[in-house]
Design a protein around this ligand. Sequence first.
Ligand code: PLP
Length: 350
Amino acid sequence: MSKIGDLIRRHLKNFTPYSTARDDFKGDRGIFLDANENALGSVTSENWNRYPDPRQSHLKEAMGKIKGIAQECIFMGNGSDEPIDLLIRGFCEPGIDEVMIFPPTYGMYKVVANINNVSVNEVLLTQDFQLDMTLIKSALNNHVKIIFICSPNNPTGNLIQVKDIWDLATVFKGIIVIDEAYIDFTDTPSWIEVLSKFPHLVVLQTLSKAWGLASLRLGMAFCHPKIVDVLNLIKPSYNISGPVQNQVLKALKEEDQMRSFVEEIKELKKELESALNQLPIVLKVYPSEANFFLVKFKNVQEIFQYLIRNEIILRDRSGLVLCEDCIRITVGTAFENKQLILTLKNYLKI
Ligand SMILES: *Cc1c(COP(=O)(O)O)cnc(C)c1O
């Protein structure tokens, strides 16, 4: 692989980032007259008058323990969508470099690349939603700086084969991102465990799914400290607000609750799957390792609109390659799943 320092965009190599007022002093105690805050307090009773820790050190300490990883290998963002953006902006020269993605997959990689005027090299997944290694190898070229792999993949729900990712990580010289937004729902180990073998690997995770904290906006990139440095260099200084840091710190103590949610969701998922499979309008429920299913329907558009009229909102994925006639369904509560199935049964009677 190439050195991280060689992969970073040229104009960032000698770039001086914004230094925050508190970079020169690390303690918590002192008389702080350096940041033009309101020293008297907040207009509300909360203590929100001080700028938050730009490096989230308490949070990283707690996260590092949970994930078994050194703090220097953790970057935190406003959702994992933020590191997706920062990686592209840090490593891809607009108009010159490319990112490689494998549709059908999470839409944000392409959107962020487009916003940054970075070309997207798309190689379709195979019919069973795995990497097409032959096509990928012939599509790779010197301008591909980042490869995004989503596993379990959204919207298909399946894991990408370990040996293919391993193979890619061995031949590709740029940055390989593995988006593990749904890893907590699976029984497979995270790619975090092999970070030391592959210094150009970035593992993305989020608190938005299994942890149930989507509203707080906290995502993580686990990677070599040199990549963390690049992300820190270009991130907005205070990208994680103080209240969010405090709430997440509390929430991270509830890992057991997260695990029991996961177990409950798995049960609900089994019931939903068998109920869907009994409906004649359902052509296929794709196997899923995540908390959602990709489902192929007869009369997909009519059913989607009918459900909206009945205030049941699913994600229409029928416009995506290899997802013709498919809708993505998130596992809901027992009540919500039952309503969905009832409503679909009523459609059959119309
Ligand atoms: C939901 C999701 C995310 C991220 O979300 P944030 O809420 O921004 O952390 C990232 N990747 C995939 C594949 C997702 O499905």
